[in-house]
Design a protein around this ligand. Sequence first.
Ligand code: CO8
Length: 260
Amino acid sequence: MDYSPILCEIKNETAIVTINRPDALNALNREVISELTNCLRKLRRDNSLRAVILTGAGEKAFVAGADVKAMAKMDPTEARYFAKIGQNLTKLIEGFNKPVIVAVNGFALGGGCELVLACHIRIASENAKFGQPEVGLGLIPGFGGTQRLPRLVGRGIATELIVTGKIVDANYAEKIGLVNSVVPQKNLLETCETMAKQIAKNSPLAVKLSLDAMHHGLELTLDEALNYEASEFGFIFNSHDMKEGTTAFAEKRKPDFKGE
Ligand code: CO8
């Protein structure tokens, strides 16, 4: 399954999706956003997949932001539409039914950093750089950065990053919890693929419901969210996977999960 400027390779029940516009450091224009959205919608329906890895083409950039040259020509209506399709993409990723691991292989700036924020698991290469430089362009983060960055790293650090527009390195990003871990660039994809394989050993249904409980729970009060978790916990007791997982444990064998 190939898309241009989005590439998609299926490997070991994992889809590796590459944003493929290296000449512009994989900057997000309408075409990239639409094609990535279409690709992910297809992957969402594919029950044979257990995880998605999202990365950028080349060794320099994951995504160096929204396409500044295209934005310079937009009127307010087009800009609103552009923000909306970008936000819809980030919502699609955040609510995805399989874990989305982002392999941040270089610059993740502006809309690129916001794309990273929407992913479930974030792994960076040592050369990765992060920032929300929008204010220096007379813009504000418009793909969810003002909302997701403070939720992830806390309001104080997020404010500092957004209002200074400064660019930080991968080790700092790890220190503030913006990424889970940092690895040499040559090991980046392999690290993400190993994680995807580890995910694939588990019940697809349990993984999906865990993602769903975290995703919805964060929008609720703690009491509401705990009720939501308890409902899903009860629901899963009707599943093949729960019976298989607990029986396999007692029988000291590997479970054969079916995702139902
Ligand atoms: N948009 C368009 N083209 C880009 C972008 C970008 N964001 N980033 C890089 N490019 C292009 C360059 O123009 C250049 O193209 P060309 O060779 O045709 O001149 C090519 O990619 C290579 O880039 P550089 O030569 O600049 O490479 P350097 O190594 O010298 O610098 C940097 C790398 C530091 C990453 C530099 O390219 C840069 O500063 N890029 C812009 C970073 C930025 O400001 N990103 C934030 C953009 S704003 C944003 O993302 C808002 C999101 C919310 C939108 C809300 C909707 C309205």
